[in-house]
Write a protein that binds this ligand. Sequence first.
Ligand SMILES: [Zn+2]
Length: 423
Amino acid sequence: MIESLFSRIESKREELISFTQDLVRIPTINPPGKDYIKCAELLGNRLAKSGFSLIYERANNSPGDSDRYPRHNVIARIEGQHSGPCIHFNGHLDVVVPGRGWTVDPFEGLVQDGKIYGRGTCDMKGGLSAAVIAMEAILEENIHFPGAIEISGTVDEETGGYGGVAFLAEKGFFSKPRVDHVIIPEPLNVDRVCLGHRGAWWAEVETFGRIAHGSMPFLGDSAIRHMSAFLELLESRLFPALDKKQTSMPVVPEGARRSTLNLQAVHGGEAESFDGMPSPCVPDSCRLIMDRRFLIEENIAEVKAEVTSLLDELADSRLNFRYQIRDIMEFLPTMTDADAPVVQAVSSALKNILGKTPEHIISPGTYDQKHIARIGHLHDCIAYGPGILDLAHQPDEYIVIDDMVTAAKVMAASTLELLGARS
Ligand SMILES: [Zn+2]
């Protein structure tokens, strides 16, 4: 059964290429969230031809949703011959802006040297396309399977997933009994299984001062100097402490196998862009945006307290130091058990196909798995896909066609294993 399924997938190579190109040619750039309906319908119409039934869900009033840029998701489902578990493949339809530095058209889907080029090929329309081809091959082979297969195309992953997986998870689309196993074909390399991701906390710290003439700064109070006192404490105390926090999570790349902090932006005083000459003023406000990535061993209250304790220390020790801190976003770390069924099934399929035991990894950044774990309470979820992690969001992004074929075989074999469709 499996050999004939694999040759069916190989025979669908041209379809795999052309469907990826069709997806890439719809420029679903987010923000603002362009052409979501078109892309959801392209996926839906294709799956309907294989007998999937479709549900379209618009995330009304989610961030960015408007009549011009509606947040449309599609969920396709096909039932097996009798009752059983459900496996769900989830792909995000949105892509980030192309940015500069491209040598090819980012939305043409150029095929060259065994690769398809374009924004979203790697992250993650190529992965979604491989899942579609894999499931079509199972159906074309008339393999009897219990349970159900679902494929969803969801939006806004690149901006937090609120109008996509989070919205659908709130409605029960990512919970038992509807779904048992989830594979997200994000680009984490074709020979690795991604168990989850680190946590993220974004916050804005603002320090305050008092405006005065720049020639007499002693009459005012500089918010930028207050901020620099805080930055000094981050340098001397927090950064060294974070470097020491190692994790048991197998995060890749290795540099991310600890706590990290990125100071994403600092703004203070004069407006960021002005015409003519600046005016001499003591700044009365300075804002810092922080991006803290944390580990399964850490707890979010402690993560926040590390920052606020330094700020409070300054409030006690430094004359007129006043601050405010505002949470922007927070996501907890998530890590699926290495012996969970979906991890086992994909790992053994990979071992059979590639002949080596796959590495289990953790992603340094977050993706939609967080919503499935936190809102859907479903923990049998991984990311596995054909894209190369380092190419995501880069100019001249591409996907290797052979990797898509391999990933399609892995997804098909894992599906049969998880649904219990043994011959
Ligand atoms: Zn992605």
